[in-house]
Design a protein around this ligand. Sequence first.
Ligand SMILES: [Zn+2]
Length: 187
Amino acid sequence: MEAKTALIIVDLNNDFLPGGALGVAGGDVILPVINKLAGGGDYATVVATQDWHLGDHVSFETWPAHCVAGTFGAELHADLNQANVHAVIRKGFDQDVDSYSGFYDERGATNGLAELLKARGIERVDIAGIATDYCVKATAIDAVLRAGLKARVLLEACRGVGVHPGDIDQAIEAMRTAGVEIVDGTL
Ligand SMILES: [Zn+2]
């Protein structure tokens, strides 16, 4: 792999894993896959995003309360080996604005991820984590269309919510349309 590739690990907060407020089925299965990727030495930088909401966050009108700052649910899962993670980018910390994307919130304010990657000379990103049809999708599309990066989504290292049948497939198509490469196979 080229030296200037980063791995972005999206939202492995306890609340998005089984047992959490918005637990995603199979979310725990991807943890060892992601640890192997992050520890394999292929990436110049490994960044984890962390959903991080103040109480009464605007997103709690759409979703159950989750990832409330300072709670266990907001912490990254203990089985994510953070020794391999060089930086954690928090998102959704503005009480009035949600941020599915790791890069920019819904009003376009940066979370600092694009700047961090640019400072490290990163040109390509591989994306893993939760959820394929929400924050992985938004992060991948922003990577290509707004941050000017080449991006791949590693499906074996992602899990989706699938509130409605077909949501995950539609998310994959939306990412492809935006120019994201979808890697669908054993890593
Ligand atoms: Zn959230």
